[in-house]
Design a protein around this ligand. Sequence first.
Ligand code: ASP
Ligand code: MG
Length: 405
Amino acid sequence: MSLIVQKYGGSSVADAEKVKRVARRVGKSHDQGNQVVVVVSAMGDTTDDLIALAHKITPDPDEREMDVLLSTGEIVSTTLMAMALRSMGYSAVSLTGGQAGIWTDETHRKARIVSVEAQRITSELETGKIVIVAGFQGVTRNMDVTTLGRGGSDTTAVALAIGLKADKCEIYTDVEGVYTADPRIVPVARRLKDIGYEEMLELATWGAKVMHPRAVELGQVYSMPILVASSFNENPGTLIHKGASMEVRNKVRGIAHDTDVAKITLVGIPDRPGIAASLFEPLSKAAISVDTIVQNAGLNNITDLTFTVSKSDLTKAMKIIEPVAKSIGASKCVSDSNLGKVSVVGTGMQNAPGYAARMFKALYEAGINIQLITTSEIRITCIVAQEDVKNAVIALHQAFELERA
Ligand code: ASP
Ligand code: MG
């Protein structure tokens, strides 16, 4: 008998019919002799709707109240799933994150799981039940409800799989797995049979929406294999695991893109110690995460500095940066919010020359101007105009021949 954790995302449980369909799938896994723990997200756009509702009450909702509000979305899904299973003759029980033993720190809206105490789940499983757990939520030691950040149900599933020492962690979603690029942009994109944690983490962090980066990170730390597959059919999906094959011929594994990029440039700032700290400290205090940072080589003790943030943080970031820029004597501070980024990712790139050149050439031939470049050992990212992102993905997919297995 295997213990399986299955997670179903919001689009897979978007209405009553879909809940029943997922319940049939879950029931089937149980019929095959498995113990099944199901993690569900809120139905469809529920979380967005709840956020919008709160903002109709106040522009600045209290974060503790917000977490209780948002946690209800996932709870609705668990109860309906348990009802669907019971109506099909299974015994099933729904649990909130807290009841399931998901303990977190106190950071509302972005809480981190500190421990999983899964005795309740284990004892429910031992009585033959299918256990349905609300994703994306936990409780603090004071029994306050927290949420784990948008997309956090993936993290719940992986954390439970680790805590329960499950045999399998399966993430069911509305796409068929991890692709060499977004198949909506590149129709010839290939589904990957498997992929390593590190590559998946880079793809997810740099824009591939298929899995939440924190969940991948957690899987990596505990070596928990994660299957990503469609909830709408029986196709094999993609296995994220330690032993993913090295593609010898083609060392690029995939392309990620993201159109949520804004850039801020400070022109003519003094080139002396302490300047960068004075800019980035207040941003980090305001919980604005800065992505790419590029400082030009200084000339005559004057330099320029550019960095990127997500579009939703741009206004807040400018409000913080403008006065600092003035106080350090920058000649101007400008922003651009119509940007995007494309990244090529692959473990084989780190010791092989030529990948960067090939990337830049492909973009040049597609008539795309590169604004900023950043790299890690296994990734090269170019910031380009937002309107160029799609063409960049297509050009790179072709240049690295990713359609070929
Ligand atoms: N419902 C939450 C969200 O939309 C969590 C999740 O879907 O994983 O962000
Ligand atoms: Mg969701």
